[in-house]
Design a protein around this ligand. Structure first.
Ligand SMILES: N[C@@H](CCC(=O)N[C@@H](CS)C(=O)NCC(=O)O)C(=O)O
Length: 210
């Protein structure tokens, strides 16, 4: 399988699919297509050759092309059922699907105001955004509520590491860069994620980018 991703420092959608492939030791080749500056537009040209949607991530598995991060994770969960990419427990599996879908379709303020930039120290900007945007504070409240629903306080969102955790990993990167305030319980989940080997590998990759 080939997974097309953007720059590790910036591409939050790529991070989700890559974490799932890495955390579950799936057989894949990573192809980084760096976001390009105008005027050469080589990112758009490269990705549009792969799919008209022209975005990352995209997964090529033989004849099959999957071009959306959630669809990629769903595809992988079906393709490798023995790996339990979603939890084995039925209730936790429903929760994992719901909170992954919620991340996929919501939290627009957080996404728009606090773009992922792993290497940057944006704490000053973060303090201003936090003070000015009630919508951002409300979205973070909902995220904290989701995280507080994990089965064990020292564990992952739905038990073992799953697709759901991969979906919330970019939020953790944003919280760090922008210094957004968090409850102690949420900080605990954040530490669990920051010490996961796949998250550490992605962050190292981001830091190594020029
Ligand atoms: N809903 C899509 C969003 C993908 C997306 O917006 N990717 C961004 C990078 S993180 C992208 O490729 N942007 C380039 C562009 O829009 O030209 C997914 O989940 O995969």
């Amino acid at each position: 399988m080939r997974l097309y991703i953007g720059n590790k420092n910036l591409s939050s959608w790529s991070m989700r699919a890559w974490l799932v492939c890495t955390a579950f030791d799936l057989p894949f080749e990573e192809i980084v297509v760096p976001f390009s500056q105008a005027p050469d537009c080589s990112f758009q040209q490269t990705m549009q050759r792969i799919h008209p949607n022209g975005k990352v991530p995209a997964l090529q598995d033989g004849d099959v092309l999957v071009w959306d991060s959630l669809a990629i994770c769903e595809y992988l969960a079906e393709r490798f059922p023995e790996k339990a990419l979603y939890p084995k427990d039925a209730q936790q599996r429903v929760r994992a699907r719901c909170i992954s879908a919620e991340m996929h379709s919501s939290f627009m303020q957080l996404r728009q105001l606090c773009g992922m930039n792993i290497k940057a120290d944006l704490r000053e900007a973060g303090a201003g955004l936090w003070a000015e945007h009630e919508g951002l504070r409300k979205e973070m409240q909902r995220i904290e509520q989701i995280w507080a629903g994990r089965p064990q306080s020292d564990g992952f969102l739905c038990g073992n590491f799953s697709i759901a955790d991969a979906f919330y990993a970019p939020v953790i990167m944003r919280i760090q860069s922008y210094g957004l305030p968090l409850s102690q319980d949420a900080q605990r989940y954040m530490q669990t994620m920051l010490t996961h080997s796949s998250v550490q590998a992605w962050v190292l990759g981001a830091q190594a980018e020029i």
